[in-house]
Design a protein around this ligand. Structure first.
Ligand code: FAD
Length: 376
């Protein structure tokens, strides 16, 4: 059986590895001219690491992973909102380590791509047409290339063309805040979040003494900031250390800005011989750091279903049945967390922090591990 995978992000690369492991012939087509990943850091929770192990890509990723040591949660003035969690507490509760690791996206994509034989991934191929004839699928690309396969996996991200070709061309929904990310050199050794009014800042350690930092800010959609450093300094200059320092040490041009979006969950992930996975199927806001992890879980699920070699229709319907509730729970919880995190009123934030301070020490470990426990 031959599969065409569209997109060489986390979902497409993981799926290509998984399908090959299940014995399929795979060709992956990516629109970008070369393998690039401009993102900053990304969290990989235990659920994703288990899924990577299942498809055989765990070792290459772990080599480049920085495991979490301690996590903290603070107010913008620096006061601790919740007790810090040492990694050992979380690992003992989960029975698995690491519970959370951080990796640069470029390293993750590179580790996944290196798991594929040369020639599997082809760059500079922008899919334009997918035609399901009933017995196979024909795919056409902007550069004139055509290919035929038994199935197509649409892993082409939140603005998925395959999703549109399957009948859903609706735009993603804006969450009301934008996110600025960057990577800078600053040894720290832990994960911390500072919650202010209408803004949050987070830092996590990567390997090689690098720190990934992010900031979310309530903003109208598509607001573009010309002088990012000045804008961030103005917004975060009065926050507790080391937040202002992060804004000044991140190199010019290293900031990325994304409006935070997701989609209302739907089960319409496949038609005929085409299936959507990753952000193309179930995009989530990044508040739980699980969007990419879900894409990897999707791949592990595909591997298991194809290895059982049912009909394509059985496989795709089983995929939706297995993955819908899981991905919907994360989309919902992540959206909720983001809304609360972005509250901007003084009173609301005071109550929020007071409640978190009271309940997090009691429910924190279970709550932090709720989604990481999943085994796909
Ligand atoms: C600010 C932010 C922080 C995040 N942090 C985390 C985190 O810490 N942990 C986590 O797990 N997740 C995180 N996420 C979510 C994560 O980034 C996504 O869930 C993940 O990247 C989705 O991968 P994907 O492969 O489905 O899509 P994408 O990464 O978007 O990849 C899609 C690929 O398809 C290609 N493509 C698109 N159209 C075509 C076409 N027509 N033809 C051919 N190729 C095409 C694109 O070029 C791209 O390479 C975060 C997201 C954001 C915005």
């Amino acid at each position: 059986m031959k599969a065409i995978v569209i997109g060489s992000g986390i979902a497409g690369l993981s799926a290509a590895i998984a399908l090959r492991k299940a014995g399929l012939q795979v060709v992956l087509y990516e629109r970008a001219p070369v393998l690039t990943e401009v993102g900053a850091g990304i969290s990989l929770w235990a659920n994703a690491l288990r899924a990577l192990d299942a498809i055989g890509a765990g070792a290459a990723v772990r080599e480049r992973l920085q495991p979490l040591r301690v996590s903290e949660f603070r107010g913008d003035e620096g006061r601790t909102i919740a007790a810090s969690f040492p990694a050992s507490t979380l690992e003992n509760a989960l029975g698995y380590q690491p519970v959370l690791g951080m990796i640069h996206r470029a390293d993750l994509v590179d580790a996944l791509a290196s798991d594929l034989p040369a020639g599997t991934a082809r760059y500079g191929f922008d899919v334009t047409v997918v035609r399901d004839t009933g017995t196979h699928v024909e795919v056409a690309f902007a550069n004139g290339h055509r290919d035929v396969a038994d199935l197509v996996i649409g892993a082409d991200g939140i603005h998925s063309k395959i999703r549109a070709l399957l009948g859903d061309a609706s735009p993603p929904r804006y969450a009301g805040y934008t996110c600025v990310r960057g990577v800078t050199a600053m040894p720290s050794g832990y994960l911390a979040e500072w919650w202010g009014r209408g803004s949050r800042v987070g830092i996590t350690t990567l390997r090689d003494r690098r720190v990934y930092c992010w900031a979310t800010i309530n903003a109208p959609p598509t607001q573009r900031i010309d002088d990012m450093r000045a804008w961030l300094s103005e917004r975060f200059g009065g926050w507790a250390d080391p937040v202002p320092e992060l804004m000044t040490t991140t190199p010019d041009g290293a900031f990325l800005q994304n409006d935070i979006v997701d989609r209302a969950p739907t089960r319409h992930w496949y038609r005929g011989r085409c299936l959507l996975i990753g952000d193309a199927a179930h995009p989530t806001t990044p508040n739980l750091g699980q969007g990419g992890c879900l894409a990897i879980e999707d791949a592990a699920c595909l591997w298991q279903l194809f290895a059982q070699s049912n009909t394509l229709d059985d496989i795709f319907s089983a995929f939706v049945a297995r993955r819908y509730a899981r991905t919907t729970a994360i989309t919902r919880d992540s959206d909720r967390l983001g809304r609360i995190g972005q509250w901007s009123g003084w009173t609301a934030c005071w109550w929020r922090d007071a409640i978190i301070r009271r309940i997090l020490p009691r429910i924190g470990v279970q709550e932090l591990l709720k989604h990481a426990r999943h085994v796909e």
